[in-house]
Structure formats: C-alpha cells, structure tokens
Write a protein that binds this ligand. Structure first.
Ligand code: NAD
Length: 479
C-alpha cells in the first residue's frame, strides 16, 4: 500500500511548493487517529494566486469553446482513473481524515460516478427557441459563467472537490479549487486525475493557503465570476458578502441540523437499524447527518432504548483497521466543540445515555453519544453539532413534529419514517428543507440536486442543476 504522498499545489499544470521549497509557509497535516504529523502542505503566496488567476482567465477563454465531447472525454477519463486509483486515494483519505477505509473507497467511487454523470450532462446544456412571428427569432442560450473559485471542506475531501470542479468543467468554465489544508492529498488526487485525463492545465488548478487570505484574494479579482463554497454557515455568510461586492454568482452548501421524524406506525427495529448507522457515519461530520430525532410519544421509550443499545455496540477505531465502523473525528476542534455542547446540554437537564467523552488520549476519538430530553434552548439543539451525537426528544404528534423540524433557520436534509402515504405528501410539502428522505437514510445521488434552503445555503450540486449552476442565460432577439 502506498504511503502518504508528497503535497503540492498545481498551478498551470506545474507542481508548486513541494517539500524542498524554502520560500513558502507550510501547514502541518495530522493523522486524526494518532495526532501525529503526516506531512506539511504548502500555502500559496500572493504571486501564486495571481498566477492561478491569470491561468484561469486563459483557461476559460479556451475551454468555453471546447466541444461538449471534449469536456465529456476529460470527465470520463478522470472517472476511469479515479476507479483505477481508488484503493490508493482511499488510503490517503483515511490517513488524513480518519473515516473507515470502506467509506473512503465509497467516496472515491461516488466521485467517479459523478464525473460520468456530468460527462453526459456536458452534452445536454440545451437552450430553447421562443415562439415569434415569421422572420423573427428569440433564442435562450446557456453559456459558462466564467472562472470559478471553489472552496471545499475536510469532511468529504474527495466528493467535495469532485463536486466543486466537475460542474464547472462540464459547463465550460475554468476552476481554481482550494481543498481543506487538513485533507490535501485527496483533493490533489481528484485534480490530478482530471489533468491526467487531458484536462488543460489552466482549466483546473489547486491551491492551498490561509483560507481567509486565499478567498479574499480570489474573490477580490474581477477574473473570478463565481464562488462555490461548502462549509459552515458563518463562513458562508462572510464569503457571500465578499462575492456580492463584485456581484459574483454563488453556490453555497452550508450547515444543517437534520430533523428525523419517526412516527409510531413504524417497525421500530427496522428504522433503528438504518438510522443509527446513518447517524455515526463519518463520525457524524456530515452536513446532511440525521441529528434531531423527533419521535412520536407512544414509541419514544422503545426507540430510545434501541438507539442506545445500538450506539454502544458501534466499533470505534482507526479507519485502517478491519471491522472499524466509526473512526476518529477529523480534528481537535471537533472533539473540543462537541464536548462543550454536550456539557451545556447536560447542565441544562438533558439525559446522557452513552458516550459524552473522548476515547483514549491519542488522536481525536469521541464515543458515539446519545442525549435525550434535551431542552430546546440548549446550544446543541440550535447549532450544528457536526459530530457523533444523536439528540432524541419526544413530541405529541404530527403538527408538533413538523413545527420542530422547521424550528431552526437551517434547511438542508430532513428525514421521515412512516408507511402512511398521505402523511408523507403532507410532510413533503410542509418541511422546509432542500432534500427530504422518506423511509431511507440517503439524500445523495449523482443525478439528484443536492443543496439547501434558508441558512443551509442556495444553489445545487450534482444533478443537471449542478452544471446549470455554472452557466448564465443569454437571450438573443432577432427581428
Ligand atoms: P470553519 O467554518 O472554520 O471551516 C469550514 C470550512 O471552510 C473549512 O474547510 C475551512 O478551510 C473553510 N474556510 C474557513 N474560513 C474560510 C474562509 N475565510 N475562506 C474560505 N474558506 C474558509 O469550521 P470547521 O471547524 O472546519 O468546521 C466547523 C463547522 O463547519 C462544522 O461544525 C460544520 O457546522 C461546518 N462544516 C460544514 C460542512 C458541510 O459539509 N456543509 C463541512 C465542514 C464543516
């Protein structure tokens, strides 16, 4: 198995800031399972970013005229390479982020599927012709928006980067992506697959840096026409303001606080088998994680007992070990933030059934945690916990449950378990969320738009919408 790779930026196809570079600052990359330093990632300086911007401008001029077949061939080729390299990339991902290898491999495969889907969509950005009297014409065209500045977080280091670059490349844009400095190898691997598949070097570039410095620099340039960001709502609002200064387009994929409505008419064990695994996937560091379990009163006690039993049985360990179901959290900020929120909740009267503490003193392990009867004013019921904690509360019935689902300013994913089809249509209509899942734990599919409403952001990735989000409309009238 390959060891952790050399880290660098890729600017205009050139490897920039390798380990022998003495002119740049570097930031350590940690292994969250041990807390040890894996390597160091180079941070861009102003000259690097200016060079990337000039390249992106040139790349856009060329790529906007590339045939859809050429764009599709690059995405298909990159998908093939991601599949071939999946074991190696997954290993790097687990080393730098912590998730179990099987989840890491699944992430690489999803990204390959996304590129394949976008390859098809690249050929389907149809316009339309409007009805006009003879000799007159009006045509609606979709054109690539321009160079994109994209910022991807550390929780899904492969998928997030694939989403950030796949849409722009399919649409005919150039893109500069900044993956998280905490998980750089996975992001570099996605960009490298595209370059190896024939993507012109100026079309897809990767930089690292001090996040605020990089985003201010790129968003301050008139070359960039679109911001694409995945991360917290707080940072998203800050970046949206920077983008607004120059009226740049935005796709904002921000935080959530996923409600899970569980009605009494369910087979409780069957629901628990699905939702508990979904809760602790990626140690809960998932923007669409099921978080607030909104349980109908008659089944509350039974649901809680079954939840706690299953949470206690989860095997926590290094993501590289066979049989591990949950790895460490990705960074020390995660464990520290979660510990504070759990302490706040219990101090306000919440019941702690299991977990609520770190495991060992190496790395960033935090035990699968279940809290119940949590006052709605506790921090954890209002701010995204982004960790392995399930929040269980009891509600009288459908009206109260929908009110709880909509209580927060977030609106990313919502889940509901009920066999009752008329109830499902009421809830689909009334729940304020970008994605709603009935009787299942998944909301992500390459052909389905992924995105939120309210403070969870706007715009979509994946699906046809993920490509259209990188295009602007031009109407051409002829008389
Ligand atoms: P954070 O808000 O500091 O960072 C989130 C991401 O944004 C990171 O990848 C970071 O590199 C990037 N970032 C931060 N400031 C930036 C800036 N000025 N310009 C450009 N990029 C910037 O927080 P964090 O500690 O990494 O995570 C905390 C919270 O963020 C989590 O609890 C969760 O709520 C949210 N988050 C959400 C997602 C998601 O998928 N929606 C992913 C990661 C984190």
């Amino acid at each position: 198995m390959s060891t952790y790779p050399a880290l660098h930026m890729v600017i205009g196809g050139k490897t920039v800031g390798g380990s022998s570079d003495t002119g740049r600052a570097f930031e350590d990359v940690l292994n969250p399972a041990t807390g040890e330093v894996l390597s160091a990632v180079p941070l861009a300086n102003a000259a690097d970013l200016d060079e990337a911007l000039d390249n992106a401008a040139a790349g856009f001029r060329m790529w906007r005229s590339a045939t859809p077949e050429k764009r599709a061939a690059v995405l298909e080729g990159a998908a093939r390479l991601l599949r071939e390299r999946a074991d190696t990339i997954a290993y790097w991902l687990t080393l730098e982020q912590g998730k179990p290898l099987a989840e890491a491999r699944g992430e690489v495969m999803y990204s390959a599927m996304l590129f394949e889907f976008y390859a098809g969509e690249a050929k389907r950005t149809y316009g339309r012709t409007l009805v006009r009297p003879a000799a007159s014409r009006a045509e609606v065209r979709y054109e690539p928006v321009g160079p994109v500045a994209a910022f991807a977080p550390w929780n899904f280091p492969v998928i997030n980067v694939a989403r950030k670059v796949g849409g722009p490349i399919a649409a005919g844009c150039s893109v500069i992506v900044k993956p998280s400095e905490e998980t750089p190898a996975a992001g570099i691997a996605v960009v490298q697959a595209l370059l190896d598949a024939g993507c012109p070097p100026d079309v897809c570039q990767v930089v690292f840096g001090v996040p605020d410095t990089v985003s201010r620099h790129l968003l301050g340039s008139p070359i960039i026409r679109k911001l694409s960001f995945t991360g917290s709502t707080a940072v998203g609002k800050h970046l949206a303001k920077l983008a607004a200064e120059d009226m740049k387009r935005t796709t904002m994929e921000l935080g959530g606080h996923g409600p899970v409505l569980v009605f009494a008419d369910n087979d409780i064990d069957a629901v628990l088998d699905k939702v508990v695994a979904a809760k602790y996937r990626n140690a809960g560091q998932v923007c669409v994680s099921p978080t607030r379990f909104v349980v109908e009163a008659p089944i509350y006690e039974k649901f809680r007992a079954g939840f706690v039993e299953r949470a206690k049985a989860i095997k926590v360990g290094s993501g590289l070990e066979e049989g591990t179901q949950m790895g460490p959290m990705a960074n020390a900020r995660g464990t520290e933030g979660l510990a504070k929120k759990v302490a706040d909740a219990t101090a306000r009267g919440a019941r702690l059934h299991t977990g609520g503490e770190r495991i060992g003193n190496q790395g960033f392990f935090y035990a699968p945690t279940v809290l119940s009867d949590i006052p709605l004013d506790a921090d954890i019921m209002n701010d995204e916990p982004f960790g392995p904690v399930a929040l269980l509360n009891s509600f009288a019935g459908e009206v109260e449950m929908i009110a709880e689902a909509n209580r927060l300013p977030y609106g990313l994913a919502a889940y509901c378990w009920t066999p009752d089809t008329t109830r499902r249509s009421r809830i689909a209509e009334q729940v304020e969320a970008g994605m709603v899942s009935f009787n299942g734990a998944g909301v992500s599919a390459v052909d389905a738009p992924f995105g939120g409403v309210k403070w969870s952001g706007h715009g979509s990735e994946d699906g046809a919408e993920g490509v259209l989000a990188c295009m602007v409309v031009k109407t051409v009238h002829e008389s």
